[in-house]
Design a binder for this molecule. Structure first.
Ligand SMILES: [Fe+2]
Ligand SMILES: [Fe+2]
Length: 398
């Protein structure tokens, strides 16, 4: 018989408080395994629709990865109906009759335990562990409460202590909405995942009116073929954003604006930079067409009042790439190369397929082919392209 601890929750997002409880429970009760059980549709809680079950599940998996003896169970998360604990426990008993189950709840859930569906049945199927801080046990009040609930539902309840500082998912979501870091409250991998995919962030200002205005201006200023290319990049960037789970509106605006400065001639671009004090490198001096990325980023910021730094950066590096690109940098860089109107590029078909399987590899191949093209056509080489190529070469061959 194996002893299994179960920690349920919405985990939106999972945080160090959860991890701490899991660790303490494992230690104090000598579990063979601890199961994190992310809820699908929890019966008592409203859940944000902009965070998908897959995202919550992935965050749990990332967090639990380094925790020996713990794993994530996805039995509830894909259900389309509310998850009731008694049902899940019945399922576990059927699937694993040899196991003994311990269900962990927070101290606050003790007060509402009578409102859960079939609390007696839950008590039949598992020992209930109530997680609290040791300071809360000192005065005996909590133990009295536990005894009351235990008697009411004929269950077996036990207190476990966890000393982790106060942290709640609600507080973390609020911080993230304001683009504040929550690095200190979540495992490293979870923070990286949230940052990369910009989860819980309120994306401001990228609305339909602005999009209309930009489309109108681009149509007026850009050559027809360039405008078609722009739309191709926009849709491809959106498709990649769907594939790699990135906010669509940001990808769409990046695509729309990436070549917004392309209507300027080489001479005009140099003049524009001079006038607006945009630094011009030696390579750009020799090949002013490279400048449209920098100028585009400047225009996005000052003319279209885009404040999203990640978006501005993606426009800025869309021709040369850069080492350690953000997810949006890579999406735009790749979309620019593979959009459906592009015809002549070696390995284009391969890169199109690979872009949807392994974005880093696609970026590497594009950089490799771009360098080859620059060499063959005797154009001046931008050192950033070479640096980016070396970076991704090392990354991929590690
Ligand atoms: Fe461009
Ligand atoms: Fe482009």
């Amino acid at each position: 018989m194996a002893r299994i601890g179960i920690l349920g929750g919405t985990f939106s997002p999972i945080h160090n408080g959860h991890i701490y409880i899991a660790k303490e429970a494992m230690e104090q009760l000598c579990f063979d395994e601890l199961w994190f059980l992310p809820a699908g549709i929890p019966p008592h809680k409203k859940i944000r629709s902009d965070i998908s079950p897959l995202e919550r599940l992935t965050m749990c998996e990332v967090a639990v990865d380094a925790l020996t003896g713990a794993r994530v169970i996805d039995d509830e998360i894909w259900k389309r109906t509310p998850s009731y604990t008694y049902e899940t426990l019945e399922c576990f008993h059927q699937k694993y009759p040899q196991h003994e189950f311990f269900f962990i709840i927070g101290e606050d859930s003790l007060d509402s335990f009578h409102q859960w569906v079939k609390p007696e049945r839950i008590c039949e199927l598992a020992t209930i562990l109530v997680a609290t801080r040791s300071a809360n046990i000192a005065n005996g009040l909590l133990e009295d409460k536990v005894h009351q609930v235990e008697a009411q539902f004929h269950g077996h309840f036990q207190l476990i202590t966890s000393e982790y500082v106060d942290v709640s998912s609600t507080m973390l979501r609020e911080k993230l909405a304001h683009r504040e870091s929550i690095e200190e409250y979540v495992p490293k991998g979870v923070w990286e995942y949230i940052r990369m995919h910009r989860l819980y962030e309120d994306i401001m200002g990228l609305n339909k009116d602005l999009e209309k205005e930009i489309r109108k201006e681009l149509k007026e200023h850009l050559k027809k073929s360039r405008y078609e290319h722009t739309l191709g990049v926009t849709y491809t960037a959106c498709a990649l954003a769907m594939r790699y789970n990135y906010p669509l509106e940001v990808a769409r605006f990046a695509g729309l604006l990436h070549d917004c400065a392309k209507y300027l001639s080489d001479k005009e671009q140099l003049e524009y930079c001079h006038k607006h004090r945009i630094q011009v490198t030696e390579a750009e001096e020799k090949a002013p067409y490279l400048l449209h990325a920098k100028i585009g980023a400047y225009m996005a910021q000052h003319q279209y009042k885009i404040e999203d730094e990640e978006l501005i950066h993606a426009i800025e590096v869309h021709t040369t790439g850069c080492p350690n690109m953000s997810l949006l940098d890579k999406i735009l860089f790749t979309a620019d190369y593979i959009e459906p109107n592009r015809e002549e590029a070696p390995r284009l078909e391969d890169i199109r397929g690979i872009a949807f399987q392994d974005l880093d590899k696609a970026v590497y191949m594009i950089l490799e082919d771009s360098i080859q093209y620059v060499k063959e056509t005797n154009r001046p080489m931008d050192p950033t392209t070479l640096e980016s190529f070396e970076y991704y070469k090392t990354q991929l061959h590690q």
